[in-house]
Write a protein that binds this ligand. Structure first.
Ligand code: C2E
Ligand code: CA
Ligand code: CA
Length: 637
């Protein structure tokens, strides 16, 4: 006899096949034996003949076999039922099975943990799930119930429930229909998992990605999304609308004279003033610093724009009293109209920005409209493309290295390679001046190759002096989407005899926004070849945890914008805490970008974020300087 005991839980499953046979034969032989004996005693005068003995023996044997067979089936059914319960009873998720009338045939004990209601409530009240679905999700839920009751399929949905104590929880509901042997649907089985924490993280990350923590206004990313959909709509309806860039004049002086805290209060006050002037059809965003951008769908001509912008400027020019200080401030506004000043988002925004820039320099006009004479951006683009072309031939792109630090020991644990364009005439050109154009023209693929080749040579150099160190490279969407990128990188590594573990691939969320399946496949290719993958600028996109979990990512690089606000903004601190616990739970490594002071370092260490990059430790530096640094570290070790 063998038995299994599943722990925790109290279910014991025994396999009793031969004992079942023994018992069944014992019963039938006894029964037949008794019947035979009665017959023998009742008919005493009869002589016992052999067939009197043989017939009952066979009858008992046949009956015993049948009985054993049915007992065995019963035992097995019981056994499989117990096995089923042993598994589902201890499952974390709430599992149930109900028939098509909504009567629950099984509700696992964990329903109490999720909903606060015990299984008995489910057994007593048909369709009880419908009663606890959150009012705002009920219509959606009932639609799902109708469709699952009607078809043989699987459905997954995220819905809110209201628990017995009144708490609102998010759960992932996965259900499938159950059919009988004729294919007739007879019920529905479902599993329900508590995803409240994950949803909270998603929300926090959404807010952090799309809202400015100081003013709660939409940030640049949300502005771009809104503008994109405005343009799409206006294309169909032939609408005209205005974009306004509003920038405070000499705001830096306020920060310098009265400190950042007061500067922040001024920005909050200005936000309120701007919002007060905006009607429903005006969207206000903050691009950072003292720059506000408005999309005004009801402003169609320059008279309306002048009136509206002048009113805002006048209210900003009224003295403000903050913390017993009188603040005098003014603002400049640049305006561009869709579609006349740009039918495309980036051109429209750039032109409104240019108009604002010009209005700042113009003493007589506080509001300026975009004018084509302001500058020909297109010719600038073309000349950059041409220069990059020549620079690639002259091998003018090189990597600078920014050390990555283990903040608990101060040790250099790696480096990020950052592209620099070294020119004879203009000195070193920073990436923000050429990466954008290079991405649009696909020249980034060749620049990336040039940088990577140098990085690999440098890794070998450091190896030869006993300072082997992993380096991360930035891979843009263009490179990543290129089908030969992976094989070319592998070939490069082979030619330099370098292990992929020495190279980290930094990608941004842009990579997943197109073809998620392709991106996942590519990432898996990199992963299985031994590369580590870091998600750059984490927190600046909509990093939904549910889809991040699906992707093979090793490291989250927390964006500098968070680290900037860490010391002064409670929201950023709370979000950073959430990211830190999340990274721990989901086994991501974490690295903070842009650490600029000791205060930020200490907060991060307190949150268990040990690795960092930033000017507080080192700025990006040329190869020879970094080599010296590594040598020094090696000597002191
Ligand atoms: P990134 O990948 O987010 O790189 C971090 C940027 O932050 C670097 O700017 C770095 O110099 C800067 N940084 C690091 N610590 C601090 C700090 O404490 N304070 C401040 N204010 N800044 C800090 P950099 O070198 O100008 O690069 C800008 C961006 O250009 C990079 O952002 C990356 O997206 C792109 N880039 C640079 N090199 C390459 C490359 O080889 N290929 C591709 N595709 N993109 C590159
Ligand atoms: Ca990076
Ligand atoms: Ca970054």
């Amino acid at each position: 006899m063998c038995s299994y005991t599943l722990k925790p839980g109290s279910v014991t499953i025994r396999k009793l096949k031969w004992t079942v046979y023994l018992k069944s034969y014992a019963i039938t032989f006894s029964a037949v034996g008794i019947a035979f004996s009665i017959q023998y005693f009742l008919v005493l005068d009869q002589k016992i003949k052999l067939h009197f003995l043989i017939a009952p023996f066979f009858v008992a044997l046949v009956l015993g076999t049948f009985l054993a067979y049915f007992n065995n089936i019963r035992t097995r059914l019981k056994e499989s039922n117990e096995q089923f319960r042993a598994v589902v009873d201890i499952a974390e998720e709430f599992i149930y099975y109900r028939n098509l009338d909504g009567i629950y045939q099984y509700a696992s004990p964990s329903c109490e943990k999720l909903t606060g209601y015990p299984p008995s409530t489910f057994y007593q009240i048909p369709n009880f799930m419908n009663d606890i679905i959150h009012a705002q999700d009920r219509e959606f839920w009932m639609g799902h119930i109708h469709s699952i009751n009607d078809k043989r399929d699987t459905e997954t949905l995220d819905v809110r429930i209201v628990t017995k104590s009144g708490e609102i929880k998010w759960m992932k509901h996965i259900c499938a229909t159950v059919s009988d042997e004729n294919g007739q649907q007879i019920g529905v089985r479902a599993s329900n998992v508590d995803i409240t924490q994950q949803k909270d993280h998603d929300n926090q990350i959404f807010n952090m990605a799309f809202y400015d923590p100081l003013t709660n206004l939409p940030n640049r990313r949300l502005f771009e999304k809104n503008l994109e959909s405005m343009i799409a709509k206006a294309k169909e309806t032939n609408d005209v609308f205005a974009i306004m860039f509003l920038d405070l004049d000499r705001f830096k002086n306020i920060n310098d004279s009265f400190g950042h805290k007061l500067g922040d209060k001024v920005l909050i006050e200005v936000t309120q003033l701007v919002i007060n002037h905006c009607r429903d059809n005006c969207l206000v965003s903050r691009f950072g610093g003292d720059e506000f951008v408005l999309i005004c769908s009801e402003i169609e001509n320059s008279e309306q724009a002048i009136k509206f912008a002048t009113n805002i400027i006048k209210s900003i020019e009224q003295p403000m009293y903050i913390d017993d200080v009188s603040i005098y401030i003014s603002a400049s506004v640049g305006v561009a109209f869709y579609p006349d000043d740009g039918a495309d988002m980036s051109i429209l925004v750039r032109n409104a920005d240019t108009a604002m820039y010009k209005s700042k320099k113009d003493v007589s006009n506080k509001v300026l409209f975009y004018n084509t004479e302001f500058g020909d951006e297109a010719s600038h683009f073309l000349s950059t493309e041409h220069s990059i072309h020549k620079a690639l031939d002259a091998q003018e792109f090189i990597p600078y290295y920014q050390p990555k630090i283990d903040m608990s020991s101060g040790k250099i644990i790696g480096a990020e390679a950052l592209a620099r364009w070294v020119t004879y005439e203009q000195g070193i050109i920073m990436p923000d001046k050429f990466i954008g154009v290079a991405e649009e023209t696909s020249q980034i693929v060749d620049i990336g190759k040039q940088i990577t080749e140098r990085v690999l040579t440098d890794i070998n150099l450091w190896k030869s002096i006993g300072c082997e160190i992993p380096v991360s490279i930035n891979v843009s969407v263009r490179q990543f989407a290129n089908s030969s990128y992976f094989s070319e990188l592998i070939a490069l590594l082979k030619s330099q005899n370098i292990n992929p573990a020495m190279l980290e691939i930094e990608i941004t969320e842009q990579v997943f926004l197109g073809d998620l399946v392709m991106a996942k496949h590519r990432l898996n290719e990199f992963r299985s070849a031994g590369f580590k993958i870091a998600l750059d600028d984490f927190g600046t996109g909509y990093s939904s945890m549910s889809y991040l979990q699906e992707l093979p990512i090793d490291i989250l690089k927390i964006d500098k914008s968070f680290i900037d606000n860490l010391a002064h903004d409670k929201k950023s601190l709370a979000i950073m805490k959430a990211i830190s616990s999340l990274s721990r739970d989901l086994h991501y490594e974490m690295i903070a970008e842009g650490v600029e002071n000791e205060e930020q370092k200490n907060i991060l260490l307190g949150l268990d974020c040990i690795d960092a990059q930033g000017y507080h430790f080192y700025k990006p530096m040329p190869q020879d300087e970094f080599t010296e640094l590594l040598k020094k570290q090696n000597k002191s070790a």
